[in-house]
Design a protein around this ligand. Structure first.
Ligand SMILES: Cc1ncc(COP(=O)(O)O)c(C=O)c1O
Length: 398
């Protein structure tokens, strides 16, 4: 039977990580994979996570199944983290959260739930978007389309083009937004631009679907949720999918959440029970450990403070790297002004150089960025930032 299957190429991002491991370049630097690193190149376990894990080891007396929807502390904690205290209370009776295996699991579960509600639904993505959005959502059976988003000449959002495109999307279609720290470009909307987007969504009858995988990495935990909170406040139906991989550092634990905000309590119950039924038909329920950690942190004031401080530190570290990287790059060459990088947010930016130059960085200098020229700022460090900026300048000046 399996002779009918073709051998598939590796995932473009994960495959490049494998290629990096094999490289024997003495100065190799991996800026391709979307993982946070400290200045020593480590991706540490958060102190709050370690403390929560210890607490779980001490307290847990059974590994019996939990409710399919997920750990109650996790569900409540994520509802409040995403929506903020006030909205979390006011929307309690017409919204629900499900614990999922990572942000990818949340995207897939939300997509399948949407498919159950409307098999002809179309989901609009920004151009460009994170590479896994298309396969995740299309394989659930949904139709996809694209709206313009990024201006390659400025390195920022092409807001006029985006807004004009949203104005003509048919009512009832879903529009996927990166709530903050747009992946791959790092180009985000300002609060007043989000206000205008939600005005259009309201007028047009669009259903916003927010992917929030980097809450706290842009400006702050609250600022980064601005977009989805104003949508949730004003619109009858909103979907939010969240990943705890980055802002809790739980990558391998596969922890995420799907939040459905519905028109009324009855529809909220229908969305939730459909999502639960879809889980049962594939993986039955989410793994517990990561959600247990998040639930333990978010239900304990001391651990929450400890965790928030760690997120603030990460956010500041990435912002400092952006500034230093830009200053060094601009001082070492004059072919391109890289100042837009300081206006981008989160871990990623497009370098905006030619593909040929990106490939040269890889083959000649051992510096790995994606073919799209996306690079992960957090892969920079005091040990490699001079080498990286010297190499980029050398390639541009050739
Ligand atoms: C925009 C975006 N959404 C979702 C995810 C999924 O994250 P997870 O690893 O939690 O599945 C990522 C991870 O890189 C991401 O960048």
């Amino acid at each position: 039977m399996f002779e009918t299957l073709k051998i598939l190429p590796p995932d473009p991002i994960l495959g490049l990580g494998q290629e990096f491991l094999k490289s024997d370049h003495p100065n190799k630097v991996n800026l391709s994979v979307g993982v946070y690193k400290t200045d020593t190149g480590n991706t540490p376990i958060f102190k709050a996570v370690k403390a929560a894990e210890q607490h779980m080891i001490d307290e847990q007396d059974s590994k019996v199944y939990i409710a399919q929807q997920g750990d109650p502390k996790f569900l409540q904690g994520m509802h409040t983290l995403l929506l903020g205290e006030e909205l979390s209370k006011s929307l309690a009776d017409r919204s629900s959260v499900c614990m999922t295996p990572g942000g990818c699991g949340a995207l897939r579960l939300a997509a399948e739930t949407v498919f159950n509600a409307n098999p002809n639904a179309t989901v609009w993505f920004s151009t460009p978007t994170w590479g896994n959005h298309f396969p995740l959502i299309e394989s659930a059976g949904l139709i996809t389309a694209e709206y313009p988003y990024y201006d390659h000449t400025t390195g920022l959002v092409d807001f006029d083009a985006m807004l004009a495109a949203l104005e003509i999307i048919p009512a009832g279609d879903l529009v996927l937004f990166h709530a903050c720290c747009h992946n791959p470009t790092g180009a985000d909307l300002s609060k007043s631009q989000w206000d205008q987007v939600i005005d259009v969504a309201e007028r047009q009858g669009l259903i916003p679907w927010f992917d929030i995988a980097y809450q706290g990495f842009g400006k702050s935990l609250d600022d980064d949720a601005y977009s989805l909170r104003i949508a949730a406040e004003r619109l009858p139906e909103v979907i939010v999918v969240a990943s705890c991989s980055k802002n809790f550092g739980l990558y391998r634990e596969r922890t995420g959440a799907a939040l459905f905000i519905n028109k009324n309590a009855k529809q909220a119950e229908a969305a939730k029970t459909n999502a639960i039924s879809l889980m049962r038909k594939s993986y039955s329920m989410s793994p517990f450990h990561g959600g247990g950690i998040v639930g333990t942190i978010l239900s304990d004031a001391g651990l929450t403070t400890m965790w928030k401080d760690e997120v603030i530190e990460i956010c500041a570290h990435v912002q400092n790297l952006r500034q230093e990287f830009t200053d060094k790059l601009n001082s070492k060459q004059s072919k391109k002004d890289f100042s837009f990088i300081t206006q981008n947010q989160g871990m990623f930016s497009f370098l905006g150089i030619e593909l040929e130059d990106a490939l040269k960085l890889r083959s000649e200098y051992g510096i790995y960025i994606l073919n799209s020229t996306r690079l992960n700022m957090a892969g920079l460090s005091s040990a490699n930032i001079d080498y990286v900026t010297d190499s980029i300048a050398a390639v541009l000046n050739q």
